[in-house]
Design a protein around this ligand. Structure first.
Ligand SMILES: [Mn+2]
Length: 352
């Protein structure tokens, strides 16, 4: 297990590379050019600037999250070929600076969705929260206003230029079924995966968060059946999974440890975090500790250890604790505590 830590870049993150370097066992950063819109080719000078910064702290930049996919690709429009071509060029450039894994997702319009970014837990810390009834009854524009007002930073998945186009996007997706989305994903992967493979890069799809359809939009990467189907689309070591225990874990029927075992060898990247799921379908993000949430994080780490996991792992999200002012879900303190929990389980396995 190679531990990595998401970093949003100089001037775009409250956490510094110096701090990241001091978290035990962290070898590299998970990064992206957050100011480059989906569908654009990533400029080499900006990529190299990141590399220089990471190099100066002895951190690698082998994991990119995410190279976002233009909506025209997900919609299957004729213009997708232009964007797929740019995506391939970005893959080639990233390989040149040593990138080994690219995380992406195939969620229409919205990336992750929550109703509260700072919901208070019993101990006074705050965390990301999803209120199911609210989303079920909400106009998506209302949610956008609500989330956007809570943010000091631009959040990936919630870029203003994407959200401005909300109404036409919803119209465009009104005729796209789940099966259409699958075939558009297949078209994309058949183009991209050979390029990734010849450049020594593994593509790793992130599951939908939450793992069910919202606002009438199709969502297809939701559990073990969809991950099996994903792997069948293109048979290649470069067609892989970002196994996110928190996203998949929002559906209690998803047995993440079983997925770690079943998909071993196809998981270049592990996102490990806990959520507490309530009977009414609401969920809140918690500390990593198994007993704090619904997801058995210790069991998941044991499954990774037992299957000889050699991929990258990050603590994904954390709560906001000790009065830290930070990006929602991306503070230093709780994610660092999470890493120490993951190492605790891992090292105890090494010892036994
Ligand atoms: Mn995740």
């Amino acid at each position: 297990m190679k531990m990595v830590f998401r970093w949003y870049g100089e001037g775009n993150d409250t956490v510094t590379l110096k701090q990241i370097k001091q978290i035990p066992g962290v070898e590299g950063i998970v990064w992206a050019l957050h100011d480059v819109p989906a569908g654009e080719e990533w400029p080499m000078d900006k990529i190299l600037a990141y590399k220089e910064q990471a190099d100066s702290y002895g951190l690698h930049l082998e994991v990119v999250e995410s190279v976002n996919i233009h909506e025209d690709i997900k919609l299957g429009l004729p213009s997708r070929d232009i964007y797929i071509d740019r995506y391939k060029k970005t893959i080639e450039k990233l390989a040149k600076v040593g990138v080994k894994t690219i995380c992406y997702n195939f969620m229409p319009v919205f990336d992750w969705v929550r109703t509260d970014l700072f919901k208070e837990l019993e101990d006074g810390s705050t965390a990301l929260f999803y209120e199911k009834a609210k989303v079920d009854g909400m106009d998506p524009r209302e949610l956008v206003d609500r989330i956007a007002n809570d943010l000091d930073f631009t959040m990936p998945g919630w870029e203003p230029e994407r959200l401005k186009k909300l109404t036409p996007l919803f119209e465009a997706y009104s005729s796209v079924s789940e099966e259409d989305l699958w075939s558009n994903l297949q078209y994309f992967l058949e183009e991209i995966i050979p390029v990734a493979e010849s450049n020594g890069i593994k593509m790793a799809i992130h599951p939908d968060d939450p793992p069910w359809p919202i606002f009438g939009l199709p969502r297809i990467i939701t559990g073990p059946d969809s991950l099996r189907r994903l792997l069948r689309l293109v048979d290649s070591p470069s067609n892989g999974i970002t196994l996110c225990s928190g996203s998949l874990g929002a559906n209690p029927r998803n047995d993440i440890s079983a997925m770690v075992r079943e998909f071993a060898g196809h998981i270049p990247f592990a996102h490990i975090r806990n959520v507490r799921v309530y009977d009414n379908g609401d969920f809140i993000e918690t500390s990593h500790r198994t007993s704090d949430g619904t997801v058995d994080i210790a069991g998941i780490v044991r499954a990774y250890h037992e299957t000889g996991f050699t991929g990258y792992a990050r603590p994904d999200h954390g709560r906001h604790i000790w009065d830290e002012q930070c990006r929602p879900g991306y503070g230093l303190y709780d994610r660092a505590l999470g890493i120490m929990y993951l190492w605790g389980v891992w090292d105890s396995m090494n010892a036994s």
